[in-house]
Design a protein around this ligand. Structure first.
Ligand SMILES: C[S@@+](CC[C@H](N)C(=O)[O-])C[C@H]1O[C@@H](n2cnc3c(N)ncnc32)[C@H](O)[C@@H]1O
Length: 210
């Protein structure tokens, strides 16, 4: 049954709630696994106006880039479309022109393209590389939001590695938490990594510990 529960139905509802709270018109955001473009479209709605904002859509498969472009073409006005950059590449690197601390949000929806080649799935090593590069691009007060799919073997390894990585990030600089279902076996999980507004070189005084 659709919309059976009062607050949210899926990890995606929860993820989109976070994105909506965080992203404002004029922000730069990245969809690091654009797939069919559904997440990219949501990010465009949040970040873009006719003269402000930037959305970067990345995918390793040309089929995914074509699909995202097609979906956005059909749903976005041309002025917003011009503010979207498409990158057919692995997300272990990001477009060179992006400045450090410029990006408000990076979104990963891991796994493989629904209805596509299941062997073209995200992999632990490149996802971790991407995450470490992405951390440099995210501005203080920005975030990285990752949907993991533990229901297939590579996805389970990937999730484990990401959780271990996130668990050792310094808590004054990064807030890392995850959402997982207790009664939905092997359902997708959500990892949210927020970058503190107060970074080590920031001049502001530390507040009291919470
Ligand atoms: C679950 S799908 C993404 C769904 C998408 N966000 C949407 O809204 O339709 C995962 C995508 O990750 C892409 N992918 C896998 N490995 C990648 C990599 N190393 N770099 C960039 N994209 C990758 C796949 O090609 C696939 O399109």
């Amino acid at each position: 049954m659709r919309n059976a529960f009062p607050l949210f139905q899926s990890h995606l509802d929860l993820a989109q709630d976070y994105w909506s709270q965080l992203v404002q018109i004029g922000d730069t955001v990245i969809d690091a696994t654009c797939g069919n473009g559904f997440d990219t479209f949501k990010l465009c709605q949040l970040a873009l106006s006719n003269d402000k904002g930037k959305v970067i859509a990345i995918d390793r498969q040309s089929q995914a880039i074509a699909s995202t472009r097609h979906y956005l073409d059909a749903h976005l006005p041309i002025e917003l479309m011009e503010r979207v950059g498409f990158y057919h590449q692995c997300h272990s690197t990001f477009p060179h022109y992006l400045q450090q601390a410029e990006v408000k949000l990076i979104v990963y929806n891991l796994g493989y393209l629904p209805g596509g080649d299941k062997s073209e799935t995200t992999e632990t090593l490149t996802t971790l590389l991407s995450l470490t590069e992405g951390q440099k691009l995210v501005k203080p007060g920005g975030a990285i939001c990752i949907t993991c799919y533990p229901g297939h073997p590579e996805g389970a390894n990937e999730q484990e590695a990401l959780l271990a990585y996130a668990a050792q990030l310094p808590p004054k600089e990064w807030s890392c938490c995850r959402h997982s279902w207790l009664n939905r076996h092997l359902a997708p999980t959500l990892l949210l990594i927020q970058k503190s507004l107060q970074q080590p070189d920031s001049k502001e005084e530390d507040g009291p510990p919470h």
